[in-house]
Each structure stands twice: as C-alpha cells, then as structure tokens.
Design a binder for this molecule. Structure first.
Ligand SMILES: [Zn+2]
Ligand SMILES: [Zn+2]
Length: 136
C-alpha cells in the first residue's frame, strides 16, 4: 500500500511540474528513470484514479492517445494540428467566470445539471504557422 501511494505521488508531482500535457506513455518513460520498477499498467491505473479524484485532468486529443494535465486552474487548451503540442491559454478570472456561467445556463436550458466544462481549440501554433507559410 505504501509503495502504491509513493508511485501515485510521483506521478502527480511529475504532472504538476510539466506543462506539455504528456500521454501516459511519455510520462511512463520519464518516470522509469526515477523509478525503474514502475510498470506502464501502474501508470495507467494511477492516472485513472487521479482523474476520478479530481487531482488531474484528462484531455481528449484529436490526434492520438489521451493527454494529462496537473494544472487545475481554469484554462483553455489549444492543440496544434501539425506538431500536436497542447498549449495552455490562461484566462482572466472574470472572463473564466463569465464563460462558466454561460455554459452553466446552457446546461440548465436542457434540464441537465452542470458539473464542469473545458474549452478546447485547435489550429496551427505560432511555430507551425510560419512553416506552413514558407511551404506555400
Ligand atoms: Zn505546432
Ligand atoms: Zn493545460
């Protein structure tokens, strides 16, 4: 039980310290350096539990496996269609509240109960936009 908690803590801390929204596999490969005995199944299981307990966020990526985020502050995700990097867009708290209230109202309009929302945008990031403009 103790070992199990230590692994979960390591996964959580590692996610909180990075901004790149890794997949379970990328996270596993990095964690393996610090904890060679860790298995990929353990990483998957702990990520699922951390999502369920609300300690981390799972992001559905358009391009592949789910991505994970330890940043719980309300923010928007932008995924690049070319390099598939996921960027955080921080929002001013007044804007966040306004958007959240609107979404809450839409939810209530269909008679449902709101629990939370996330905003996802895709397009081409600053780096890839330049490359695309050169290519054409
Ligand atoms: Zn890009
Ligand atoms: Zn994020």
């Amino acid at each position: 039980m103790k070992k199990y908690s230590r692994q979960r803590e390591l996964i959580l801390n590692s996610l909180r310290n990075r901004m790149d929204h890794p997949t379970a596999e990328i996270l596993y490969l990095d964690l393996k350096n610090q904890m060679p005995e860790i298995g990929i199944a353990t990483v998957y299981r702990n990520l699922a539990e951390l999502c369920e307990s609300g300690n981390i966020i799972k992001i559905k990526s358009k391009s592949g496996p789910d991505r994970y985020d330890g940043n719980l502050e309300p923010h928007i995700h932008f995924e690049c269609n070319k390099c598939h990097e996921i960027y955080d867009i921080e929002m001013q708290s007044t804007a966040t509240k306004r958007i959240e209230n609107e979404v809450r109202r839409f939810t209530e309009d269909i008679g449902a109960e709101y629990s939370n929302s996330s905003i996802y945008i895709d397009g081409y990031c600053k780096k890839c936009k330049v490359l695309i403009n050169i290519a054409y």
